[in-house]
Design a binder for this molecule. Structure first.
Ligand code: 3HC
Length: 699
């Protein structure tokens, strides 16, 4: 794990633990021993600690966190890191960190404890611990402010963003930047010209201005005060930093250790770790040998509506040449204008060069003649979510393309079996379900049927990875994964409206739960017509879901489709996305309530949350019972990536597991008595012990 080499007085210690040089406790112990050995090695005048070209290291090994079950375990872990880095800093010989690639978390803390730091161009530095819901535990909250000052340190610690090598040089995080191939020569040269032993913990120059420190901390505290209370890491970071600069380095280290333990004990942090792990599990898909698969080089997209346009942008950005077809030239123009505007926005933000934006657009061919798609290896159908429209599009695609090309539908709910009826080669039809906006959203459901040859499913899964998406394989069934849960949830929100609850408290409760927006704001954005259409598909397949949501149906009938018409459940001023109370919707709601003899009746946030979230939970358990995805955690990943549900909830299945499945079954039984069979718990909940998705910290 640590390669020890002496060359002309220089001892080079290279971290060698693929794939990302994660610092396990075992590696840390080896590093400590190697530094001691070099310290007493007469042939070594100075020490360089380095790693691989793409990863100096991704930080502490997250596998060790799995063994952290108690506060004492967490204390021990942080103390071990802190002591190892203190010993490194105290080494009698100059120690220089030669950094390349990713330098994250505990790895950056290791570098901070070295006496000097140099970086290869292209390296990236970050303290991502806060994203996992923890504060750094290896001295980062103490050494970083001493090296770069409070404003820069707080920026890195509180937001977990990475910075580039030039930025690191500018703030004083590294002493020099050089080409990657010159890293060791530069280290040698620097150690020869200035063999310094600067201990970061003894530096005070960057934190001596007390009023400035107080101002930085106060500003950070006011920002953090507005953040979610479930995630305590930003607060424990601030406590550790404040203690370190106002009291002492050692007191700061103790506060850092305490904060680390407090964070690890929270459900929110445990769930963030669960999602991190679940994401990586989801990426592990057993694929057959690639030689049996068709290659996908040329792609055609049919339909340049919202979804088609987003898909096209995602593909051309990922270097895939695309023919985009729409029979309506105006739709093509609108689509391409949207892509242009989006790329121009990225150029303006400095995220893309003009040349690269032009290169991306060059990959796009617009077509109003279907024959231009003839050479495509993959055709993605992204037309309106209507069985007849989709079927006729698919048969046109079959006529034009060769029998070998794959045809993928971006259906969001309709079963592939229904779409395949009437196709000449139905086995080549798969689902490739992108999420809106497709150019940004990472999730793609790759849907296969019983009859799908494994090679085709594998080709699409690999293709989705190639374009930078996170694919989840799903067996074909109406609604697939995310919409199977989301549509019943949205529909339930309308039933709460009918029952007398107002839209605002429903939306607030769900934002409080962890969604980026409430159900009505979401459906106003997506379009109420879409809800009515997709619910009809799900209702057909699962009659126990109940009838259509009458308020939504009436709003659609009267042309109130949401943001696109300026009026849905809420009203929108022209050009604004800000929801305002909508008297028209209020009138329709009142009429429907009157017909059902229900009256405005407030409900507590807890009751709203239970009603809406348990509706998703019950559907999730049906999905698992039907075996639609590989693992329960895949469904959690799909919900987090596909709907933006906050990772600190862990997803819908994990949330149910956290509530306790006995309790969930009891509440579902009670709700089914009150609300109907859509809440009746399924077979999987009969033996609740049987389904708890790998909890990270079983407490
Ligand atoms: N520990 C253990 N394994 C890790 C790891 C880590 N810190 N980081 C990545 N890995 C593993 C992944 O699980 C994956 O394993 P697999 O192949 O078996 O699935 C493999 O390394 C490759 O990872 P990715 O698929 O994510 O590769 P990418 O190239 O897409 O991304 C990365 C690389 C940017 C390093 C990304 O993996 C990442 O963000 N890792 C987490 C970094 C992090 O949060 N570090 C802080 C750790 S906490 C800490 O340091 C506490 C300290 O203060 C004490």
């Amino acid at each position: 794990m640590i390669d020890y080499q002496i060359d002309d007085g220089l001892c080079v210690l290279r971290l060698d633990s693929p794939p990302v040089n994660a610092i396990s406790l075992a590696l840390l112990a080896e590093l400590r021993a190697a530094v001691r050995r070099a310290g007493s090695d007469p042939q070594a005048r100075a020490i360089v600690i380095t790693g691989g070209p793409s990863h100096f290291s991704a930080g502490a090994d997250l596998a060790d966190f799995r063994a952290t079950r108690t506060a004492a375990d967490a204390q021990r872990m942080a103390r071990t890191f802190q002591e190892a880095f203190a010993e490194l800093e105290d080494c009698e010989k100059p120690v220089l960190a030669a950094l390349a690639g990713k330098v994250l978390g505990g790895a950056l803390e290791l570098a901070l404890a070295c006496h000097q730091r140099i970086a290869a161009e292209g390296s990236q530095f970050g303290m991502p611990e806060v994203k996992l819901g923890i504060n750094p535990g290896a001295g980062g909250t103490q050494r970083l402010p001493r090296l770069v000052g409070l404003p820069a340190a707080l920026g890195l610690l509180l937001w977990g963003q990475s910075i580039s090598a030039p930025s690191a040089l500018k703030i004083g995080l590294v002493d020099r930047v050089c080409p990657g191939e010159a890293l060791l020569d530069t280290a040698r040269e620097l150690l020869a010209s200035s063999p310094l032993r600067r201990k970061t913990r003894e530096r005070t120059d960057m934190i001596q201005d007390r009023p400035a420190n107080s101002a930085s901390l106060a500003q950070a505290e006011s920002t953090v005060a507005a953040s979610r209370p479930e995630i305590i890491a930003p607060r424990t970071i601030l406590t550790a930093v404040r203690t370190g600069v106002e009291d002492s380095f050692d007191a700061g280290l103790a506060a850092e250790r305490d904060g680390f333990c407090q964070c690890m004990a929270t459900r929110a942090t445990q769930n963030k770790f669960y999602v991190f792990e679940a994401l990586r599990q989801a990426a592990k898909i057993d694929l057959p040998d690639a030689t049996a698969e068709p290659t996908i080089a040329r792609v055609a997209v049919i339909g340049m509506g919202t979804m088609g346009t987003g898909i096209v942008q995602a593909l051309i950005t990922a270097a895939i040449p695309v023919v985009a077809f729409d029979e309506n030239p105006a739709a093509l123009e609108r689509g391409v204008a949207k892509i242009r505007a989006s790329l121009a926005g990225r150029v303006a933000q400095g995220k893309l060069s003009d040349a690269r934006a032009a290169e991306i657009l060059d990959r796009l061919t617009l077509a109003t003649d279907l024959r231009q798609m003839a050479g495509a290896d993959l055709v993605i159908e992204a037309v309106f979510e209507d069985l007849a429209v989709k079927r006729s599009t698919l048969s046109l695609a079959e006529e034009i393309c060769s029998a070998e090309s794959i045809i993928a539908s971006n259906t969001s709910t309709i079963s592939l079996d229904r779409l395949a009826e009437g196709m000449r080669h139905p086995q080549r039809l798969l689902g490739l379900h992108f999420f809106n906006p497709a150019q940004h959203m990472p999730l793609v459901e790759v849907i296969h049927r019983e009859a799908t040859p494994p090679g085709l499913a594998a080709a699409l899964l690999r293709f989705a990875k190639r374009i930078g998406k996170k694919p989840i394989p799903v067996k074909n069934r109406e609604g697939f994964l995310v919409n199977r849960l989301l549509i019943p949830y949205l529909k339930e929100a309308f039933w709460l409206l009918e029952a007398g609850v107002e839209p605002e408290p429903i939306d607030r409760a769900m934002v409080q739960f962890g969604f980026a927006m409430g159900p009505f704001v979401l459906i106003d954005m997506a379009g109420l017509d879409i809800l009515v259409l997709t619910d009809a598909v799900l209702r057909g397949a699962f009659p126990h879901h109940g009838g259509p949501p009458e308020i939504a149906v009436r709003l659609v009938q009267q042309g109130h489709l949401g943001q696109k018409t300026g009026s849905g459940v809420y009203r929108y001023e022209k050009g604004s996305h800000q929801p305002q109370p909508n008297p028209v919707a209020a009138g329709i709601i009142a009429e429907v309530r009157q017909g059902r003899r229900s009256f405005a009746s407030p409900m507590s946030e807890g009751e709203i949350t239970e009603r809406l979230v348990l509706r998703m939970v019950n559907e999730a358990f049906s999905v698992l019972e039907e075996g639609l995805c590989q693992r329960p955690s895949d469904l959690d990943v799909a919900m987090v990536l596909g709907t933006g549900l906050a990772d600190f909830r862990g997803g819908v299945v994990k949330y149910a597991s956290d509530l306790g499945l006995e309790h969930v079954r009891a509440r579902l039984t009670a709700l089914s008595a009150d609300c109907g069979p859509r809440y009746a718990p399924g077979k999987l909940l009969e033996n609740p012990q049987s389904l708890i998705p790998n909890p990270f910290f079983p407490s």
